[in-house]
Each structure stands twice: as C-alpha cells, then as structure tokens.
Design a protein around this ligand. Structure first.
Ligand code: ADP
Ligand code: MG
Length: 476
C-alpha cells in the first residue's frame, strides 16, 4: 500500500592534516579544546584561508562519481546558534557547490541500480557537545570545529533500507579507496542523515519526510529507516499527516524521536562568505588529479573477475574494502597459488577470525606472506585442510609463524600410497566384522574406517587418498 522513499546526506571528514580554514591540527582524540585556534573560534579580526588539500580531495570524489566539478563554487555562511558553533555560523556551500551531479551503482541480489547524486559540497564541521560526561551539565569540545567535510547529498531514489545501506557502504568504500577519509564511523568521520517519506503506491508526488540525524553505523541506519517507515505507516493508516521534522535515532531503544521541527533553508539566512573568494579550479588541476586517480572499486571488481576467474560474489566481498583486496593480491603475489583457493581461505577462514577478534585488515596478526606460505603447504599437499585451519588459528591467536608450527609439530600429510596401503590392510584385518557389515550394504561404515586410519596416523593421512584406497580394498 505504501512505498517508502529515502534520500541520504552523508558527512565525510576529510583526512587533511590541518583544518579547512585554519592551520590547527585535525588529530582525533587529543585532549579537549586544545586544537581549536582563533580562526576556528571565529575571533574578531581573523581571516579564514582555504586548505587546498581539502579542495583536491573533493575534486577526487567528484571525478570518481562522474560528477561535474564546478570551477567557481562559493562558500556561504549558514547562520544558526548552537553552543558547539562559537562563530554563530557554519561555513558551507549553498547555491554553487564544488561537485554537482554524479551517481553510484549499487547491486543487491544480482540486481543493479543507479542512485543519482545531487551534489557534494565542502564545509566545516562543528565542535561537539558532550552530554554524558558530567551529571546535569553539558560539556563542549571544540577540537572538531573547522575539520573539513564533504557532504554528499543523494536524490530521493532509494526504495528501502537495504538499498540505502548498500549505497552508504559503496560511498564508504569509495572514500577509503580514494584515501580522502579514514571512514571511521565510531569516531564520527563518516555519518549520515536519512530522509524518509512514504507515498501511496503508484503516485509520483513525494510524501512529507522526516530527517533522522547523525547515524553512525550501517546497522543503525538500517534499523532507523525501518523503524521510521513503520512509524509513518501507522500515522498515515489512521488518516493523520506526517509532520516534517528532524528526528533522532536511539539505538538503545531502537526508536526515533522528535528533536525539532524542520528548519527551512531560508531560516539559515545563507549568504556568500565575504571573507572567502570563489574557488577557481583550472582544467589543468582537474586533469592532473584525474591522471593520478587510484584504481576504483568498480574497475577493480571487473579486473578481479577477469584476471583471477573469481565469482562475482567473492569479488564483491574482497573488493568492498581496499585493504582486503590488497591483502588478497599480496597473498597471491609471486606465487602460483590458485586465486580461488586464496579467495576462499580469506573469505571463510580469515574473515571469520577477524570478526571474532574485531580486527580490521591493517591489524591482522597474519601477514599476507605468512598466509601465502600456509596455503602453498595445502597446495602441494604437505598438510591437510584440517591441519591448515589449526595452523591458521595458532598464527592468528599466538602470532606464531606457519613454518615453525608445521615443523615443530612434525605436521605432514601422509599421501604415500604404499605406507597408507599397509595401514589400511592392518585395520581391515583387525575389524573383519565391520568389513562384513560394510560389504553387506552398510555404506556408512566407510567413515568408521577413515577414522581408524586417521587415528593410526595421528590425523596426518591425506583423506582423499585414504578414501580411494579404502573403497578399493573394501570391495567384495
Ligand atoms: P535539507 O535537508 O538540507 O533541507 P534537501 O532538500 O537538499 O535539504 O534534501 C536533503 C535530502 O533529503 C536529499 O538527500 C533528498 O534526496 C532527500 N529528500 C528530499 N525530499 C524527500 C522526500 N520527500 N522523501 C525522502 N527523501 C527526501
Ligand atoms: Mg538535511
């Protein structure tokens, strides 16, 4: 009956060394109020100077999404009062943003859709109000004031929470590929506002939206949107109207609640900042940036499929994270390992260990070259899959080197047919009852015999070879 419509505004902190209009540091986690200088605080007599690096990063992003880079964008003052905004206005871009248009492709269940991007503009971040440090008091930390952001505004084209999350993930992956943001969501480097509205099926006109502010995890975005869709449906079902407002998502209660009624753009009294010149960007600069772009996720995906023969599914997982895709290629490097073997081990075993231990790729205790050594021992059948899993866990948890584990434990897989033949003969001799049962049709007993061989060899027999030998010898 109701169709949901979603548009996202994503705030991405750019990882420049200094602020967008001042030389103060952007480091995260320094002690409070030590990194906001007179310019960030808007003291009288100071003048902002635009950080060129931030402009270059915005251009990189614009090129990557196929947008127009406007060569005369303008900084505007967005006026509002809030304790974490000491200047009384935020420097942003309004009528003419630096990046206009562009799009992002998303794939869900093998279906691909293009989400159009309205614009991306440069702006400064505000400080932070901290409400949970002192009882009955709020604290202000202005370290973040003046940190460069790009705000990426999508068209209202996503139809459900899954599409919105996929779009958000793709943008997250992209800014990390471009190296323009660390994308750290816990630290607030990457956060989004979700605009949600409902309309009757088949109707073109959009319904009234609510905007859920500052969500900083993929899971929360999904929950907040789904929750908001249900809330609005209940309102519309009983014949009431949704009011346009700003809402807050509370993860501990999994609900959204009203924060304030929506402020219209004209309430902000936007006007061009008289202290800043238009941002003139030459075609040469754009060309130069274009020729130094890193490989993007979409291109890498096509390359992985054709170069390594991986499935689309596996490729999407590996390519979603730039560092993971590099880990994969570093593991393969200069080896003749089968790329599918490497992909499988990373996707199933390595990612499972990483999830359990909450580690991201740069903190993996297992280096790509050590994983390569381990996998080459499976490839040449020195050790079995089962043994390799044990080794990997020890590498991961105790920082041991695979060569040491394999050698110290005397791990090796017995694939020698003569040796295994003797062992199997012995077992058959000692279990003639089971042999008879097997031969009279109890196929399941094959597992019992495999188990006996494993026991006799301390788990070192090559299961493939044992199976062959047993089947042959147990034939009537
Ligand atoms: P603002 O929130 O700053 O007032 P915009 O009009 O630029 O500004 O819209 C912001 C976001 O809201 C965009 O991502 C847009 O796609 C989305 N949006 C606008 N109207 C709707 C709607 N009716 N339903 C869902 N999303 C919408
Ligand atoms: Mg908004």
């Amino acid at each position: 009956m109701w169709e949901s419509v979603i548009g996202l505004e994503i705030h991405v902190q750019l990882n420049t060394k200094s602020k967008i209009f001042s030389p103060a540091s952007t480091d995260f986690g320094s002690s409070q109020n030590t990194q906001a200088c007179a310019i960030d605080l808007g003291m009288p007599g100071v003048l902002p100077v635009l950080n060129e690096e931030a402009v270059i990063m915005a251009i990189k992003f614009g090129i990557a999404i196929g947008a127009d880079i406007l060569d005369d964008s303008i900084f505007a003052r967005k006026n509002y009062f809030y304790p974490d905004l000491p200047k009384g206005y935020q420097i942003s871009q309004f009528e003419i943003p630096i990046v206009s248009g562009g799009s992002m492709e998303i794939t869900i269940d093998n279906k691909t859709k293009v989400v159009n991007i309205t614009r991306a503009h440069l702006e400064e971040d505000a400080g932070k109000s901290i409400h949970d440090l002192y009882p009955n008091e709020s604290a202000i930390d202005l370290n973040r004031a003046g940190t460069p952001l790009i705000e990426i505004v999508s068209e209202p084209e996503m139809e459900n929470a899954a599409e919105a999350v996929q779009y958000l993930k793709n943008i997250h992956s992209l800014v990390r590929y471009l190296g323009i943001s660390d994308g750290n969501m816990q630290e607030g480097s990457f956060r989004c506002d979700a605009n949600v509205s409902l309309k009757k099926q088949g109707v073109d006109k959009l319904g009234t939206r609510a905007e859920i502010k500052n969500i900083n995890s993929f899971k929360y975005v999904e929950n907040a949107i789904n929750h908001e869709i249900e809330r609005q449906a209940r309102i519309l079902e009983r014949g009431d109207k949704v009011i346009q407002e700003t809402r807050l998502y509370d993860p501990s209660k999994n609900e959204t609640r009203s924060m304030r009624s929506k402020v219209e753009a004209n309430d902000y009294r936007y006007f061009p900042d008289p202290d800043l010149l238009p941002v003139c960007i030459s075609q040469d600069l754009i060309k130069n940036i274009k020729s130094n772009m890193p490989e993007l996720p979409s291109t890498k995906k096509i390359r992985f499929i054709s170069q390594y023969g991986l499935s689309e599914y596996d490729t999407i997982i590996l390519v979603s994270d730039r560092e993971l895709s590099e880990y994969f290629e570093n593991t393969l490097k200069t080896s003749d390992l089968n790329p599918k073997l490497v992909a499988n081990w990373i996707i199933t075993e390595v990612l499972a260990l990483a999830k359990k231990t909450y580690l991201s790729v740069k903190d993996y205790p297992v280096l790509a070259e050590d994983l390569r050594y381990l996998l080459s021992n499976i490839s040449d059948e020195t050790i079995s899959n089962k043994q390799a899993k044990e080794v990997l866990e020890r590498m991961w948890n105790n920082n041991e080197k695979p060569r040491d584990i394999i050698e110290n434990e005397g791990m090796k897989q017995i694939s020698n047919i003569d040796e295994l033949n003797k062992i199997v003969d012995n077992i058959i001799k000692n279990h003639y009852k089971s042999v008879e049962e097997y031969q009279s049709g109890k196929d399941k007993l094959l597992g019992f015999f495999v188990g006996q061989v494993m026991k006799a060899t301390q788990g070192q027999a090559n299961p493939k070879v044992i199976n062959q030998i047993l089947k042959e010898k147990l034939k009537k």
